[in-house]
Design a protein around this ligand. Structure first.
Ligand code: ASP
Length: 440
């Protein structure tokens, strides 16, 4: 039996009083849901505002000496209407005044942005009758603004150790000197994962407005199948290539602690969503592929040099040039006297001339360097491929039948993914070919 579930609700799940009601009924369905991490209220309809965006706007107006009454009135309205709709007793108007004064008084950008989650958590704690625990008392940031993981684990488990049901606002924490810091956008997912680890939860439920992950981008494949179970490693490969539902940094704390994450849909509370776990245990049958994700816009730097394979350290020198300009590489297929380095084109662009000049210098007189752009990278990911013959044959067979030219192939030794590089103009056709081959 599950004993403790940590829930995180995203902005669209908290956009108005009706959404708050749905959240409470989800908690009532399962009494072991004992901790809740809210985002700030998000959009209620297509072109509505997210409270966090309004707060950033207020801060930047105030910092420029301009009035911010108009966007702040919209923020005030959002919280007052939730409080009124739910007949809450908490004096949220007074809290809103404090926030307004803080912004006017020159509080920093992170403090201003964090108030969205802070106010939302105060409302939610009052609505549920749960304890409010300020994230500034449990989530610790280093002086340089990065998370202090160890101190966070220590402090957060200490503030939650009484076991009382609690609401902990997402997205922010504080340095040891009390200065508020935020994660990057979407960072409430990270707070949820840190709370799950601190209380040693059985499951971390991340409630949003979709029923989990899809096997492919719905903008490319019409109505792609849902992924019911995925491992953290597979998800990492897919999210790196652009499949996004969860903040990338939210996976590490729970993955390390062996806590599964369940992506759920607030608007379809009985849908099981996607379960992300370390090993996807107890599987009766594993699909060959779990998902496909890809990106356009890569450049391939090809370097040829006579006797490259016998020159110790040549590869390092090439990569050193990229490192010096802060460009990270994605893939590096090599031949005997040649190597290719695949980088994102927007990352290469600002230093393209200098990087090429320096690599040319390394091969002077005995080789050549060239770049070709407009390459897409597509990753086909699946734990079902491991030790399974024929997956690559099927994948390349499908591509060849669709008359797609493969410009690059990379399969890691983990056998968890097959990565292909194709022309940007073949991006959609490649995803179609692979999807229909494996999923139908
Ligand atoms: N409210 C913040 C944002 O809009 C954090 C979050 O929602 O996770 O990015």
């Amino acid at each position: 039996m599950l004993e403790c579930i940590v829930t995180k609700f995203g902005g669209s799940s908290l956009a108005n009083d009706e959404q708050f009601r749905k959240v409470r009924s989800i908690l009532e369905l399962e009494p072991t849901r004992r901790y809740l991490v809210p985002s700030a209220p998000g959009k209620r309809f297509g072109d509505d505002d997210k409270v966090t965006d309004l707060l950033y706007q207020c801060h930047s107006l105030a910092a420029g000496g301009k009035p911010f009454a108009e966007p702040f009135a919209r923020i005030r309205d959002r919280y007052l209407s939730i409080a009124q709709g739910l007949h809450l007793k908490v004096d949220i108007a007074a809290k809103l005044d404090e926030v307004e004064q803080g912004i006017a008084g020159g509080k920093g950008k992170a403090w201003c942005a964090s108030r969205g989650e802070y106010l939302c958590a105060i409302l939610m704690a009052d609505y549920l009758g749960w304890k409010f625990v300020d994230a500034a008392d449990g989530i610790v940031f280093h002086e340089d603004g990065t998370l202090d993981d160890e101190r966070t684990q220590e402090k957060l488990s200490a503030v939650l150790k009484d076991g009382q049901s609690a609401v902990v606002p997402g997205f922010y924490g504080a340095k040891e000197n009390g200065e508020v810091c935020t994660f990057s956008r979407g960072g409430s997912d990270i707070t949820g994962a840190l709370v799950a680890r601190a209380v040693n939860a059985d499951v971390y439920e991340n409630w949003t407005d979709v029923s989990g992950f899809l096997m492919a981008d719905p903008r490319v494949i019409d109505g792609p199948a849902e992924i019911s179970s995925i491992t953290y490693k597979e998800l990492r490969e897919l999210s790196h290539m652009g499949a996004s539902v969860l903040h990338e940094d939210a996976m590490f704390p729970v993955h390390k602690a062996g806590i599964p994450t369940n992506i759920r849909n607030t608007n379809k509370p009985y849908h099981p969503g996607t379960m992300i776990s370390k090993n996807a245990p107890n599987e009766i049958s594993v699909p060959t592929i779990t998902g496909i994700a890809g990106h356009k816009g890569y450049s391939v730097i090809s370097v040829e040099k006579n006797m490259m394979n016998s020159e110790v350290g040549f590869g390092r020198k090439v990569l050193q040039v990229l490192e010096n300009y802060g460009v990270s590489f994605e893939h590096m297929p090599t031949g005997i006297d040649s190597m290719c380095v695949v980088v994102s084109s927007p990352a290469l662009e600002p230093h393209r001339v200098e990087i090429l000049r320096e690599i040319e210098h390394l091969v002077e007189g005995s080789g050549s360097v060239s770049v070709s752009d407009n390459m897409s990278i597509i990753a086909t990911v699946g734990r079902g491929m491991v030790h399974n013959c024929g997956t690559a044959a099927r994948l390349f067979g499908a591509m060849s039948r669709a008359r797609i030219n493969v410009r690059m192939i990379d399969q890691g030794s983990s056998e968890l993914s097959i990565i292909v590089g194709v022309n940007d103009s073949d991006f959609e056709a490649t995803i179609h070919a692979i999807y229909h081959e494996f999923v139908g």
